[in-house]
Write a new protein. Sequence first.
Length: 85
Amino acid sequence: MPRESARLNVTLDAEYAEKLRLLAEQAHVQEGTLARSLLSRALDEADVDARHIAELLDGIEGAFERSQLGLEQGRSGKTVPLDEL
């Protein structure tokens, strides 16, 4: 059974956080409201064809390096069990 909604925490770089703050201020809405709307629109427009996922991920600056760091941290035990989140 699909969930009605899901909570997702997103960390923005300082530059994007400031841009979101300014856009929300201009629109007279809360940053979280605007962020939800922008993310929903981006997801609606995203091509979910699996052939394009690698290309999409390759376009994320630093994604490969962060994934390698995550693997390294996982292997060295620098993790938090899911039931503790």
